[in-house]
Design a protein around this ligand. Structure first.
Ligand code: HEM
Length: 411
């Protein structure tokens, strides 16, 4: 297949897209440092060295409005949720410079190792509860529905200090946010999603008010308290947007990475057996699974000026799709990248959490959850396997990789 063919074929609307995704990325990566993808109207950057270089150069390649530029909304939805509304205008992954630092510093302070470590016992007991429920379920078992989806939702509720009873509603709002990013979504669905985002915004505003009156040891109280004690001076709009960013960035990513990761480890029996035997450290396990199976396949940057990537001219204003998931399978850095190996000398160079100023704020919490879920499941169900010949369906999306259901046999 030529570059032209691979570039044209890289279109999530094609039925074969999800099964061909990695093969197409291999072609794009092998043939050019940057390739224009007509279906998505973006330049794909797929080589590890270029992806890292772009992420580290926020002056030439800022995030600012690159994400918004990728949102294709109808005027009816825009009227409800304009691109300058707080949730989008102050979305941390969408801004750079002084505003980005302003939004990020309080989050970094609030995500102290102490706070993440304090969640560890609760994450462990939530996993055990979900495994117990899985064991008690008769009939078919879907690992995504039973485990991968509920755990990160519970974790985000625990992190925020909100009742688990609100998890389903939060999940629906999160779906609204994801759907906002799908080009070609029917107008009615866009309008529904816009209302969902507005509802989330008002829920978070109320929550901030409640936590200000009755603080607890959760993240929202910490951020609210930070304003009172003068550690930061975020406005109400900035605070609500920062908390919404953590909510969006912090659980869908983990849900989808868990589903992809389970698919991978249950496909390679030697790998599963090594995990069952306790031969893989949590650090090696999570690093390699993030490399191989990240759910965030790529995000956006914009060329601030006429520039070039590896000799390919990129015009000012162009949107780049910076493909973490392609970089993570670059054979220049990872030998036989399609295999899971827990002893890679370059393992820590994987880019699942990005690089540079937007590096993932919640990486430690993500790793904690992945390690707890996979190792505890392997311990509890050592003979677990995929249902033979069951089709595995992924979300037809270029930027996200999500295994939608994973039918398993427990023994
Ligand atoms: C497996 C799970 C996760 C993956 C693969 C992931 C991936 C990423 C990536 C690639 C970025 C960089 C975005 C960019 O460069 O444009 C990012 C940023 C971010 N992540 Fe994560 N993430 C995960 C889990 C989490 C969790 C658990 C949280 C918090 C609870 C979180 C919060 C954030 C936030 C707030 C940002 C924005 C940082 C900024 O723009 O400065 N993430 N994440």
């Amino acid at each position: 297949m030529s570059t032209v063919t691979a570039a044209a074929a890289f279109d999530p609307a094609r039925p074969a897209f999800t099964t061909e995704r990695f093969a197409l990325l291999d072609l794009l990566r092998a043939e050019a440092p940057a390739t224009y993808l007509p279906a998505l109207r973006v330049w794909a950057v797929t080589r590890w060295s270029d992806v890292r270089a772009v992420l580290r150069d926020a002056t030439t390649f800022p995030s600012g409005s690159a994400f918004s530029a990728a949102v294709h909304l109808a005027p009816e939805a825009m009227a409800i949720m304009p691109l300058d509304s707080p949730l989008l205008a102050y979305s941390i992954i969408n801004v750079d410079g002084v505003l980005h630092t302003r939004l990020r510093d309080p989050l970094i302070a609030a995500f102290s190792p102490k706070r993440v470590n304090a969640l560890a016992p609760t994450v462990a007991s939530d996993v055990e509860d979900l495994l117990e429920a899985l064991a008690a379920t008769q009939g078919d078992h879907d690992l995504v529905a039973a485990l991968c989806r509920p755990l990160p939702l519970r974790t985000i509720c625990r992190l925020f200090g909100i009742p688990l009873g609100d998890a389903a509603q939060l999940r629906a709002w999160s779906d609204a946010f994801i759907s906002f990013q799908i080009p070609g979504l029917p107008v009615e669905a866009q309008v529904g999603a816009a209302h969902g985002l507005r509802a989330l915004e008002s829920y978070l505003r109320d929550l901030i008010g409640e936590k200000a009156n009755a603080p607890d040891d959760g993240l929202i109280s910490a951020l609210t308290q930070g304003r009172t004690d003068g550690s930061h001076d975020l406005s109400d709009d900035e605070l609500v947007a920062d908390i919404a960013s953590v909510f969006f960035a912090g659980h869908e990513t983990t849900i989808n990475t868990l589903g992809n990761a389970f698919h991978a480890v249950l496909t390679d029996r030697a790998v599963w057996d090594a995990i069952v035997a306790g031969d893989v450290t949590a650090e090696a396990l999570t690093t390699e699974l993030l490399r191989h199976d990240t759910s965030v396949m790529g995000l956006y940057r914009r060329a601030a000026t006429d520039t070039e990537i590896g000799g390919v001219a990129i015009p000012r204003g162009a949107t780049l799709w910076v493909a973490f998931g392609a970089a993570n399978r670059d054979p220049a850095l990872f030998e036989q990248p399609q295999d899971l190996r827990f002893d890679r000398p370059t393992a820590n160079q994987q880019l699942a959490f990005g690089a540079g100023i937007h590096y993932c704020v919640g990486s430690a919490l993500a790793r904690l959850q992945i390690a707890e879920v996979i190792t505890r499941t392997a311990r509890r169900f050592p003979r677990m396997r995929l249902v033979p010949h069951a089709p595995i369906v992924e979300l037809p999306h270029h930027a996200l990789r999500a295994t939608l259901a994973l039918p398993v046999l427990l023994a």
